[in-house]
Design a binder for this molecule. Sequence first.
Ligand code: ADP
Length: 777
Amino acid sequence: MAPTEAPPPLEGKKRRIAILTSGGDAPGMNGAVRAVVRQSIASGCESYVVYEGYEGLVQGGDMIKEMQWDDVRGYLSEGGTLIGTARCLSFRERPGRLQAAKNMVLKGIDALVICGGDGSLTGADTLRAEWPGLMDELVQKNELSADQVKPFRHLNIVGLVGSIDNDMSSTDATIGCYTSLHRICEAVDAIEATAYSHQRAFVIKVMGRHCGWLALMASVATGADFCLIPEMPPKEDWKTEICDIVSKHRKMGKRKTIVIVAEGAHDCHLEPISVSAVDKLLKEKLGLDSKVTELGHVQRGGSACAYDRMLSTLQGVEAVQAVLDATPDIPSPVIAIVENKIVRKPLLEAVKLTQDVTKAIEAKKFEEAVEGRDAEFREYMNAFNITTSLEQPDLILPTEKRMRIGIMHVGAPAGGMNPATRAAVAYCLARGHTPIGLYNGFTGLCRHHDDKPLGSVRELKWLEADSWASLGGSDIGTNRHLPSEDYEATAACFEKYKLDALFFVGGFEAFHAVSQLRVARKDYPAFKIPMTVIPATVSNNVPGTEYSLGSDTALNQLINFSDTCRQSSSSSRRCVFVIETQGGHCSYMATIGGLAVGAVAVYTAEEGIDIKTLAHDIDSLRKTFAEDRGQARAGKTILVNEKASEIYTAERIAKIINAEAKDRFEAKSAIPGHFLQGTAPSPMDRVRAVRFGVRSLQHLESFAGKSKDDIAADPMSTAVIGIIGAKVQFTPMEKVETEDTDWKKRRPINEFWMALKPIVDTLSGRPPMESAGGKKS
Ligand code: ADP
């Protein structure tokens, strides 16, 4: 039989890049497909999708389809995977892979991006390893000619990890896991309300056969009483352990009990622990009115959260870059994320490390299993234990090391302020410190009575703080006032309440406040105490970190708002929504929001807006709507930072577009305003709040017993905690203030996300404009 026609490879380094989604579906897979398709096309490559995972590769023909730019329109906000996924038995066997290889050559495909779990990625690497042999076999069997296979001697494989379980080692987050966590937290929040009303216990089963990430994070985020995960089973006598903690919490006045159980939970002998066993225990031993809830497939997610949209987009872009960089001697990479940094790691190693965790669990080497997960896992586990199981005698510090720690919120409210404070209070109590709430910021502290500073100051109790795990805003009150308004009274209050350390949560003002206190130490010895700032602001404009608590909540609010506008504009046809975002002079929200919603243009305060840029964008909209390959119903979004221009506000931009569109299309403006602060904080803001809270307390603790002058001499005694690249770290205020703070614009000098702006433009198809943007104002 004569071999079928196969196209020759593209010229130079250009590739035909195919993407498939495989294994369990996960939210964000569509974002990855969109990014890979569009970035491939933007890089001059041809783009293909394979329908139904490896099944499509084995079947070939129409199951492998070339994609055009517009084919992936609207993908970002869709849940699941629109190109389908399937478990494919035949791909597990060599004959199946032989057929797949033939089909790929027939389409001229020389690079494959796979978005799936460790099984899918193992299959991909097997295909790559066997590839030269498969080519030989196809020629031998006369399925393809030697000439046909000659240009395809090497196959490029790149992995993207799509899985709700977050079970892949080497990456902090898999595409989909945070959306799943959103669904779980929403469900637990709802269950908590009824649990509280009836004083009930709920035993909640969440997904995760081999991996406890979802269960652990949901427990941290919702402040559950107990959590059962496969990596670290409870002690031998787990029944007593659960009963002790639950009854202790009840004795302290808690009206509800939540136990979260991962699907694969077991005891230390690997005997499964079922939700019904825990339910029975709570009923029979503690006499609680207990109910079981299995969350089931709602956890698969639906529409992706902001983080998954961002992650899948950035990783998709990186995957295409990795394909273009590939050489036969570079091992296949998997695209990972470590804290805030997208990185490439060897795919096989990542798969092996993941399999090692499963093996460690099977061998009852639980410490090893925890170690094998990403760096955060142990930290979250410890944070959960320390913030829920009070009275751990081994944690209590000797009297001389115990501190009175003032806790204050400064600035506008942001998601995560309360959960960070809850973690701080629980940590303080577990260690023997006294947590002292400084209510209503510096104005609250400096209230006077009979000319004496009175101070809204109160010791915080575990029970009230415990209810803050999922609460938005700031329960102890926050405002923008600074200590400079009354240094005297501030210092007097610090002394009056014998504060040994200060724990601040807040935005730029919190940062500014600590800066002022640090500088004023020379005049006020009361300020010579250790202080930390946990950045918390929707604007994400605090220097010293790439991420502030509350910014993820705000992004999620923004995508919900924008998705709603988009649906409306899509229904009314040929419509553009111009949405204003908060952020002051920092356009993080507009830019990353733009990435997450696929905005056709993002106007930033850093770059400003000029008439040429506007004209250019309106021109591009005119062309888009004129072509009308379905664009009329696309629904377009433009995001404008609130300080991008005094002249061209969102409202005016919409008016200008309308004037120029001459009824061929239409623009509307919308301002979400304080809606962006959200109600309940997002799961990411909650878990990171706990992590930052515990870390900050540990940092403050390290100064216990030191003299005031020794403290003042140590630059780390005033520090901001943050995520910088691949690290969570404290940076001395003095350094951040001088090296990375634009005081006038109230934002960091180095805004890492500015580098991502071109990606927003590329993926939304915004035509390049020589003089548009690029400069910081
Ligand atoms: P996940 O990717 O989510 O771990 P699976 O383990 O079910 O999901 O794998 C998805 C698909 O990947 C399988 O149906 C099969 O086609 C392919 N696959 C999995 N493991 C292998 C393997 N060891 N060799 C070849 N193909 C595999």
